[in-house]
Each structure stands twice: as C-alpha cells, then as structure tokens.
Design a protein around this ligand. Structure first.
Ligand code: PRP
Length: 547
C-alpha cells in the first residue's frame, strides 16, 4: 500500500530557508519582548475545552476537540492568551504586579480555506501586560507591536487603533437590546453600509444616534477623527471617556515618535464580550488578513480567580512571512505599475453594467469592451488595473488582496461568506433571492415534513431555513438550471435568484417565500481600504456620484 506523503490539509512542513526565516522572525520578536522586560512562558498545547467555552471569542466549531481517558473534552489551543490568563488568574506566576509575559508557540483553528497566511496550525508570538489599566500600558503594547514588526523586516505596515467602549457608549445611549447591538456591530465591523442602513431604519432611536451609527464605518484615518468626535457635546460619558482614552494613548505614542505607524479606526468593533477598551490590528500590503491583533481584555482573567486588567497582542508569524514575500514581489510589480488599484469585475450578467460605471467616471474601458480572451487590462491614466474573473471568485480575489476592490452581486457575497467590506449598493442587477416551487408546496413549508431544497446557494439556503426559520431541511447543491429540481422530483423546492420571473413561469413554478433583495455591490479589501485609503475613498466618491 502507498503511504500518504502529504500533510493533512491546512498543515505544512516548514523546510530549510522558510524555517530559517521563521526562526529569525521569532528570534527578533523574543529580543524585542525581552528588551521591554517581558519574561517567556510556555503553556500546554491543549487545555480543557470548558476553559474556552466560557471565555473565548473563538467559535466552538473553529476548535479541534477530542476526549481524554476520563471522558473530559479537550481542545487544541486556539490562542495562547486564554492560557496565560488562566495562569495569571490562578496566581501560578506570583502576585507581583504588573506581570509582563510573552509566549511563542503554535495555535490551532479549524479553518476552511487555507493559504500561507491562514493555516490550521499557526505560530503566534505575543505579549500580555497584566495588572495595569493605564493608557501607558496600552501604548506599551502598541510600541512593542511596531518594534517587533519593524525588527522582523517589514517596511510597509500600519497599526490601527480603536476603542470598543465608544460603540458601547452609543448603544447604551440608544438603549439597544443585545441582539440588535450585535447585528449593528457586525455590519459596522464589516463596513456593510447597505445592511447597516436597512437595520437602522427598523430601530426606534433618535436621528442623532442613527447618523452616528451610519458614520461609524467611515470613522477611520487620522487622529482628527477623534478630535472631531470629542467636540460633539451630545456624546454620553461612556463614549467620551473612550475617546479621551484613545487620545491619551495616541499622545503617548506621538511623544515616542511613533505616530506615523498608527492610524485610528473607530469602526473596529469585534467581539464585545471579550474586548473592553483599546483594540489594535496590524495591516501590511499583499496579505488579506491582519498580521497581528490584540487589545484590552479586562474581564477575562476574573474567570480564573483574580480580577486583573490586561492588555496584549498576538502576532501571526506565518502572516509576517507572507507579508515579507508580498513586499518583495510588490517592489518588483511597482517598478512596472506603481500604486495601481486593482479592480475585479464579474464576468457574466453584471459585466456590461460594471464597465459602464467605470466609463462614466472617466476611465478608459476600450480594452474591456473588446471581445477578447484577455483577462487583465490597465488604465494607465487613472492607475487602475482591471481583472475579469468568474462572479463567484470576485469575493475571493478581494478577500486575499489580489484585487483591492470588486463589483459583484449581493447573492455571491452572501454565499461566499468572505471577509470583505461592502461599501456601496450600485443599484443595478436588481433581483431577489426566493424560495420557489409548485404552488401547492406553499402549504408544505411549515416544517412538518422534511423539505428537500435544491440550490446553487447552499449557504444562503441553510442560513434561511436553519437560522432564520429554525427549520431543518435537506439541501441539494446544484450548479445551474435549478428549476429542474422540483420538475424531475429531485427536490421539493428551490432557493434561487428571481429576476424577471420568466424562468419560473415557463416551468410552472412560482415564488413561495421571499428571502432578500439583491443587487450589485462594490466590495473592498479590508487592508486596501486602509493602505490605499485616499485613492479608494476618492473612487468610491466618484462612483457614488454617478449612481
Ligand atoms: C438565473 C437563476 C434563474 C434565472 C432567473 O440563472 O438561477 O434560473 O436566472 O432569472 P429570471 O427570473 O429573469 O427568469 P442563470 O441565467 O444565471 O443560469 P443558470 O440557471 O444556468 O445558473
């Protein structure tokens, strides 16, 4: 029998040159951490699952779990911070405060899509400063982050700072229930302006707060954003205190000459149960994910015994490696086409209309209109590079940063589940996602019988039936001509796009339930939005004027 010669998916051997590079990054980080007085600790590769169940922002399904001989559930550590918090909470490390600890080791997450920057096993180097609630402590963590990224060889990176209490203050002022708060939080964090606006329409809150929530996704950039927000006398004390704190941290960093590395982002509002103050994320060119993430988590350690404030950061070593090689190849590309913004356009039904938009804002689209097999076109005057890709691939190109922006249907964005900013509803390609079938099925949608649902959109179908309706269904994935499902008896109903309704009508089917409205959207890579901010916001502005 042939032996398996490859690793399980999402794991990788790290050989020779790569291994040396990895080791040099880890060593550089260690040196920096020690310089700031941090001491190294090691924690076990796996822990009792219960520990994460209560405290971790990481979803249960993203952890690798197994049982020990006593039947207790264990989990491969999805991060190292939680273990450090356990140690600090249980006084295993002594009582002298503050504690300055650092770690370097593997963590594990059950990721679905793999790349060098996103593996199931990845290495984190990080610091935790425990027992100090001052702005100096947060500034120290940010300073260490900048120092570590620089010493690891990165030249172009940016550390974004936010403050989650600003958002919490606004939701407190608005009196939002936790469900709505979380929905709005998600839309703001994703810069999903369209869904945010729709959700806010449903909320019974005053116009001032509605406008504040709508403004939030745009509140990133220079420190002036914070100064301007501080001048608003309608803010409640909680939001104001958050801004004061952010200002203090920024001032400390400026005094240390680090202001050019940092940028403000008040719209970073990740898991609010975990983070309690300043949050930070580091971004580089060419890698679609943050290279590091951290912030203040004052409530975590209390779960383990001692109520101690804490702040820290974890840097992804593989992500730094990917950024270093992206910087290298970017330097090469930039020699030919400096500072081009790459736009991914979907082939197919949205293609013509997408090209029209760029023509209207004054781009040279002659090459794009020519019927050739070419897939990449440039507009040298406007410094734009267009790539033509399959619609379902647009979110992938944009998520990974291979394209900075893209135009694609909302259906494709929903189905892909990709992590991109959705900044504009372009208003064309309007249609809806619906459940359709023979008219007599209308009375059979209540969940009494197990429905068989055929769809090109299994994620949307599952989300609608399972999450929104609480109904278990059997989903059959098809790649096209889905209407055939009920006709040949493969399924009871379909979940599909309905535009004119002609296809349904000609096949004797009809819409049974509406799921959501769809149209073409402008999406932006999370890192590009920060690193090419001026160019991209100018482009968005021009497109907005046209539509
Ligand atoms: C889409 C969709 C429906 C049809 C709806 O299919 O899946 O079949 O268009 O449009 P209508 O309401 O205007 O009739 P598409 O043309 O993309 O082809 P496919 O079914 O082969 O995927």
């Amino acid at each position: 029998m042939d032996r398996i010669a490859h690793t399980p998916a999402g794991l990788a051997d790290v050989l020779c040159d790569e291994c040396e590079l990895k080791y040099s990054i880890e060593s550089a980080a260690r040196e920096v951490f020690k310089k700031y007085g941090y001491r190294m600790i090691q924690t076990p590769m796996f822990e009792y699952y219960d520990m994460y169940d209560v405290t971790s922002p990481i979803h249960a399904e993203d952890m690798f779990k197994f049982f020990d001989a006593d039947g207790r559930m264990l989990a491969l550590r999805p991060d190292i911070t939680t273990s450090v918090a356990r140690i600090a909470g249980a006084k295993n490390i002594g009582e002298d405060l503050p504690l300055r600890l650092f770690y370097c080791g593997s963590a594990f997450r059950n990721e679905e899509n793999f790349s060098q920057a996103r593996q199931r096993e990845f290495t984190q180097v990080g610091v935790e400063l425990i027992g100090d609630a001052s702005p100096e402590a947060d500034a120290e963590i940010i300073e260490i982050t900048i120092d570590t990224l620089s010493k690891s060889g990165l030249k172009r990176f940016q550390v974004d700072i936010g403050q989650v209490e600003f958002f919490k203050g606004l939701t407190e002022q608005a009196g939002l229930d936790s469900f709505t708060e979380n929905t709005i939080r998600r839309y703001i964090d994703d810069k999903d302006f369209v869904s945010l606006e729709n959700e806010l329409k449903k909320c019974d809150i005053d116009d001032y707060l509605k406008d504040m929530f709508l403004e939030l996704p745009k509140m990133f950039g220079e420190i002036d954003i914070v100064r301007k927000a501080l001048a608003d006398d309608k803010l409640n004390p909680r939001s104001k205190a958050a801004l004061d704190n952010l200002m203090q941290v920024y001032q400390i960093l400026s005094e240390r000459g680090l202001e050019n590395f940092v940028s403000i982002d008040l719209s970073m509002v990740p898991n609010l149960n975990y983070y309690t103050g300043i949050i930070i994320k580091g971004f580089t060119h060419g890698v679609g994910f943050p290279v590091c993430a951290g912030g203040r988590y004052d409530n975590l350690i209390a779960n383990f015994g001692r109520d101690l404030p804490a702040t820290g950061v974890a840097i992804g070593v593989e992500r730094v490696m990917a950024s270093l090689s992206a910087e290298e190849s970017e330097n090469e590309i930039e020699k030919d086409s400096p500072q081009y913004v790459t736009v991914a356009l979907a082939k197919g039904r949205l293609a013509e209309l997408s090209v029209d938009i760029f023509e209207k804002i004054g781009c040279d689209v002659t090459q794009l209109r020519e019927k050739s097999r070419k897939l990449i076109f440039t507009d040298d005057e406007n410094k734009l590079k267009f790539i033509l890709v399959k619609a379902s691939d647009v979110p992938t190109y944009v998520e990974y940063g291979a394209a900075d922006i893209g135009i694609v249907g909302k259906d494709t964005i929903l189905e892909s589940g990709k992590n991109v900013y959705e900044v504009l509803d372009l208003g064309f390609g309007k249609c809806k996602m619906a459940v359709a079938g023979y008219p007599e099925m209308k009375d059979n949608l209540d969940g009494t019988n197990l429905l068989r649902v055929a769809s090109k959109y299994p994620h949307i179908a599952r989300d609608y039936f399972h999450r929104q309706k609480g109904q278990t269904v059997d989903i059959i994935k098809l790649n096209g001509s889905v209407e055939l499902g009920p006709i040949v008896g493969l399924s009871d109903v379909i979940v599909d796009i309905v535009e004119s309704g002609k296809t349904l009508k000609e096949n004797g089917l009809e819409v049974l339930e509406d799921i959501c409205d769809l149209s073409a959207r402008l999406i932006v890579n999370r890192v590009s939005m920060k690193l090419h901010r001026e160019k991209i916001t100018a482009l968005i502005g021009k497109i907005k004027e046209e539509i």
